[in-house]
Structure formats: structure tokens, C-alpha cells
Design a protein around this ligand. Structure first.
Ligand code: XIL
Length: 388
């Protein structure tokens, strides 16, 4: 009898646990073992990624966070053309291979970055075109060869490829009407975009192929100077012609000094692209701030509002991504202020404080904001993404 009572009581306890979730003696839920970003995001089938600098990976603290927090990695520079083929015909695969191996060991996906971009091209290529020793026909062949060689080498190992990066002008350019610009458009004309996606598809039919760009958060007035509208129509037309563009990559380089967005504006953009049948991703998120004299002197009156605004912007992009089931991943462009491109790139005025961790690898408010977004999100508005 006593045994039966014990069994019944145990069963009842189990039912209570299953229906309400476990609660410990002090009334709090028990500490969940793994509260890393990647573990919390897994519930949503969302992948959390980071750009990785090969040099920084030598630091144990950097390596530990890269492994523990992120379910995907991107080569910050090692897969750019100038890194892969610094001398014509001589490839330097080792740094790119190293991160591919790192990702495999840590069960991480890889976002391949980048196949076609006007920056960080090898000088033999840009000089050859400038001095006429490389003709336009040869340039097109070289691009095809580059895409084919790189994509085939990593076939089956790359989840998403950023095939074309930053092809469009900005409203502050002249003319302000958005247009295709840069090295590739100038030398090959607009058809290079369709070519690049077709070549990439032929080389690896399973990788998801992305168009990637910055200032893509929200539609503006849908007029001639609205970059999001321009890219949306460009992709829509290319897809209508059968060009294999699967994904819309929104870089997400934001600054606290600008008028920013709310999650619903950003979601509307993701919805527009998913309505075309596409997936999306935030690919390079960071939120920089101006390093005024006060910030540099450690004045908390100036630092605190920046850290808060930065956290809010990280959160807005993640919330928008969570709200659209076709948004597959959220990648930050480096995770620590110790190794961020911002201070070296944005110098006048100086900018910084752009990442999730400070220079001593301590998580900042931004880290906790996106962590809480992942914890709080759930049905009905946030549903797990279908696996891709
Ligand atoms: C940046 C890297 O972070 C820097 O280390 C490098 O000096 C310049 O490029 N958009 C992109 C990325 O698509 O490739 C850029 O990365 C940042 C802007």
C-alpha cells in the first residue's frame, strides 16, 4: 500500500512538473544549463553567427566565446579575393580552410563571404583592368573562374554564400537616384549579377545564394533614392528571369547617432522579401557610436546612453528576424570591441563600442538584450523557422 502511495505521488509530481514546468523550492525556475546565444536561439531554429578574424582566434578567450556562443561563423577577410588569390594563379587557401575546419569541429555552419565585391580585390586584377592588360572579356572569364573555383572547393561546406555584395549606390552619391555602381558594374555592366548567381549555383547546387548589402533595414519612400526599394525591385526582376537568388542579406551596420528603426519596420522589409519566396539573414550586425572626448575620458553620462541605444538596435534587428520565419540567421560582425573593424574604419569622427562584448571580453548590455529577446520570444508571434 505504502509503495502504491509513493508511486502515485511520484506520478502526480511528474504530471505537475510536465504541465507547469519545474519550479525549485525558492519558486524560481531551475538554472538552465546552457544559456548561450546559440542554445537559446536553437529553440527558434535560428542560427546565431559571428565574423571571425583568424588572428584573434589565437586568443583563448576569443576562441572560447566564438565556440560557446555562436552556431555559425563567417570569414571576416580570409575568403575575400585579395586574400585567396594575392598573386594571379596562386591561391592561399590555408587561412580560409582553417576556419572551415574550426566550424566543422565545433558543429557550426559557415556563411561564405564573399564572391563578388568591389572592395578587397587583388591589385593584379584591378591594375590589370586599369592598364588594359586585362580586357573586359577576360575579366568576365576571370570572375567566372574565381566563383567556380572557390565555390567548388568548399562545396557542401558552406550554408549561405554572399554571392554579390554592395552592388548599389547610396542616396548620398551623385546622382542620388540609386544605380548599380563600382568596379564590376563599370567593367562588366549590369549583367554580372545574374551571371554570378548562375555560376555559383552551377558550382554548388545546395548552398543558399544571397545578395548582401548595407542600409537595408527599412523601406523609405519607395522613390528613386530608396535603396531598399531599388534592391527589392532588382532582385524581384532577376528572380522573375530565373536567376537563382535565394536569400536577402541585410548587413545591419547601424550607428547610435542616426535615426534608427523599430522591429516592425524592419520586419516589413523581411516580409517583402519572403513574399518573393526568399529567405533572409542579418549578416554583419554591429551598432557603433561616436567616441566623443567625454566617451574616451570614461564619462558615464556619455557612455551609458550609447550602450543603451546600441543594445536597443541589436535587439530591434533580432526581434524583426524572430518575427519572420524565413529569417534564418543573425550574424554579428565580430563580437568584441577588442577586435572590431569599426575603430579602424570609422576614424573621422572616431567611432567604436559597436559589439556585444567590451575589450576585456565582458558581455555588454547589448549581449543581455539579445539574450533576453531569445528567451522571451515564442508563439503565437514567434514560431520556429523551418530547417533549411
Ligand atoms: C571589413 C572587415 O571587417 C575589415 O577587417 C576590412 O579591413 C574591411 O572589410 N561590409 C562587408 C564586410 O561586407 O566584408 C566588411 O568587412 C565590412 C563592411
Amino acid at each position: 500500500m505504502r509503495r502504491l502511495v509513493v508511486i502515485a505521488a511520484t506520478a502526480l509530481g511528474l504530471v505537475a512538473v510536465l504541465s507547469q514546468g519545474p519550479v525549485s523550492a525558492n519558486g524560481r525556475p531551475p538554472a538552465v544549463q546552457d544559456q548561450s546565444l546559440k542554445a537559446l536561439a536553437a529553440r527558434h531554429n535560428l542560427v546565431i553567427g559571428t565574423a571571425i578574424s583568424n588572428d584573434a582566434l589565437a586568443e583563448p578567450q576569443y576562441k572560447a566565446i566564438a565556440t560557446q556562443q555562436f552556431s555559425s561563423v563567417t570569414h571576416e577577410n580570409a575568403m575575400k579575393w585579395e586574400s585567396l588569390e594575392p598573386t594571379r594563379g596562386t591561391y592561399n587557401w590555408a587561412p580560409a580552410d582553417a576556419l572551415i575546419d574550426f566550424a566543422r569541429k565545433n558543429n557550426q555552419k559557415v556563411r561564405g563571404h564573399v564572391l563578388v565585391w568591389h572592395n578587397q580585390l587583388p591589385t593584379w586584377l584591378t591594375e590589370g583592368v586599369a592598364n588594359g592588360t586585362i580586357s573586359k572579356t577576360e575579366l568576365r572569364d576571370l570572375l567566372k573562374k574565381h566563383i567556380t573555383t572557390v565555390v567548388k572547393r568548399y562545396k557542401g561546406k558552406i550554408w549561405h554564400w554572399d554571392v554579390v555584395n554592395e552592388a548599389a549606390s547610396d542616396p548620398w552619391d551623385t546622382p542620388s537616384e540609386i544605380h548599380l555602381k563600382g568596379f564590376w558594374a563599370q567593367n562588366l555592366g549590369p549583367t554580372y549579377i545574374a551571371d554570378a548567381f548562375r555560376w555559383a549555383r552551377a558550382a554548388d547546387p545546395h548552398a543558399l545564394l544571397f545578395y548582401n548589402d548595407y542600409n537595408m533595414e527599412a523601406f523609405g519612400d519607395r522613390g528613386p533614392s530608396d535603396k531598399v526599394w531599388f534592391i527589392y525591385n532588382l532582385i524581384k526582376n532577376l528572380r522573375a528571369q530565373g536567376v537563382p537568388i535565394d536569400g536577402f542579406g541585410s548587413q545591419g551596420h547601424l550607428g547610435t547617432q542616426y535615426g534608427n528603426f523599430d522591429a516592425f519596420q524592419v520586419k516589413e522589409t523581411l516580409d517583402a522579401f519572403s513574399d518573393l519566396g526568399m529567405v533572409s539573414a542579418f549578416t554583419e550586425v554591429d551598432v557603433r557610436s561616436q567616441m566623443t572626448a567625454g566617451v574616451q575620458a570614461g564619462d558615464t553620462n556619455e557612455i551609458n546612453p550609447r550602450l543603451q541605444a546600441s543594445a536597443h538596435n541589436f535587439s530591434v534587428l533580432l526581434q524583426a528576424c524572430l518575427l519572420n520565419r524565413h529569417c534564418l540567421s543573425y550574424t554579428v560582425w565580430g563580437f568584441t570591441d577588442k577586435h572590431s573593424w569599426v575603430p579602424t574604419w570609422f576614424t573621422n569622427p572616431p567611432e567604436g563600442l559597436a559589439t556585444l562584448y567590451d575589450e576585456n571580453y565582458q558581455p555588454k548590455r547589448a549581449y543581455n538584450s539579445i539574450k533576453s529577446d531569445l528567451i522571451f520570444a515564442g508563439p503565437p508571434h514567434v514560431q520556429p523557422r523551418p530547417r533549411r
